[in-house]
Design a protein around this ligand. Structure first.
Ligand SMILES: [Zn+2]
Length: 258
C-alpha cells in the first residue's frame, strides 16, 4: 500500500463534500500522522442572483434550499464541520459552481458533457491561482478528482491536476464517490478517456479512519439524501465499497497523474 503520510497534502475538491466522500480516510490519516493537510474547495464562490438559472433553482429544490445566499452559507458550514472532523483546514475559492455560471449549463446532460476551451483555460488559471495560496507547499502531495461520471467541474479540476503534474508536482487522482459506488462501470469509461495520463493505481489503507470518514460525510446534511438516494444506509454502502476496494481491509484507490 502507498504511504502518503510522510509529506503534507493538499486536496483540491470542486465542491464542498467531494474530498470527504472519495478520500476522507486518506485526509484523516495524513492529519493523524501530524502532516499538514488542507482541503481547498474551488467552486464555492458567492452566487450572483441574476445568474441563478432555472436549472440551479431545480437543484436547490432537491436540496430543500431556496435562498441562494443561504445555500452558500449552509454548504460552507457543512464543509467546515467535515474538515474539523477530518483534522484539516478548508479554504473556499471565489469561483461559482458551474450551475451558477449563468446559462453555461442548462441540463444534466450538459453538466456531464465534455469540457470546452473555456474549461481548459479555467484549469490553467487555477494552476496559477493555487500555487500562489498561502497553504501551497511545493513538496505537498496534491489530490484531484479523476472525474468519474464526467461532471464538468470535476473534469476541470482533473485538468488542473494535469497542469500541476507538468510543473513537477506529485499529483494523485481519487475515484469519485458515490458515483463509482452506484455506477462501477464509470471507472472504465473514464479510464478510456484519460488512461495515457495515469500511472498504475495505488491503495491507501483507511481501516482505522473509516468511521471518521463516515462522520465527515454525515456533516453534509443537505447533500447526503440526494447523492445517496440509491441507498438508505450511506454508512453501510461506503464501508462495503472501501472494503471491496482493499480486498477485505478498507482502502481508497488513487491514480498517479503523469
Ligand atoms: Zn463535486
Amino acid at each position: 500500500m502507498l504511504d502518503l503520510t510522510s509529506a503534507p497534502a493538499i486536496f483540491l475538491q470542486p465542491h464542498a463534500d467531494d474530498a470527504a466522500l472519495s478520500c476522507g480516510g486518506t485526509v484523516a490519516a495524513i492529519a493523524a500522522a501530524g502532516r499538514s493537510s488542507h482541503i481547498i474547495t474551488l467552486f464555492a464562490g458567492e452566487i450572483v442572483p441574476q445568474l441563478v438559472s432555472s436549472f440551479a433553482e431545480w437543484k436547490h429544490s432537491r436540496w430543500n434550499l431556496t435562498d441562494p445566499e443561504e445555500v452558500i452559507d449552509i454548504r460552507r458550514s457543512e464543509d467546515a464541520e467535515a474538515a474539523r472532523t477530518l483534522g484539516c483546514s478548508v479554504r473556499w475559492l471565489g469561483l461559482p459552481d458551474v450551475i451558477y455560471r449563468g446559462d453555461t449549463v442548462t441540463s444534466d446532460d450538459e453538466l456531464f458533457g465534455p469540457i470546452d476551451a473555456n474549461g481548459l483555460a479555467l484549469a490553467d488559471h487555477l494552476v496559477d491561482e493555487l500555487t500562489s495560496l498561502p497553504e501551497w507547499q511545493p513538496s505537498a502531495t496534491v489530490f484531484v478528482p479523476l472525474a468519474i461520471g464526467s461532471h464538468i467541474d470535476h473534469q476541470i479540476v482533473f485538468e488542473t491536476g494535469v497542469g500541476l503534474a507538468r510543473r513537477g508536482h506529485r499529483v494523485f487522482a481519487w475515484e469519485d464517490a458515490p458515483y463509482v459506488i452506484h455506477t462501477p462501470e464509470g471507472l472504465g469509461q473514464r479510464l478510456e478517456q484519460v488512461r495515457a495520463r495515469l500511472g498504475p493505481p495505488e491503495l491507501v489503507g483507511i481501516e482505522e479512519q473509516l468511521e471518521r470518514k463516515l462522520d465527515a460525510i454525515r456533516a453534509y446534511r443537505t447533500q447526503v439524501p440526494v447523492i445517496f438516494r440509491f441507498t438508505d444506509d450511506f454508512r453501510a454502502a461506503t464501508r462495503e465499497f472501501a472494503r471491496q476496494t482493499g480486498g477485505g481491509v478498507a482502502a481508497e484507490r488513487f491514480w498517479p497523474v503523469l
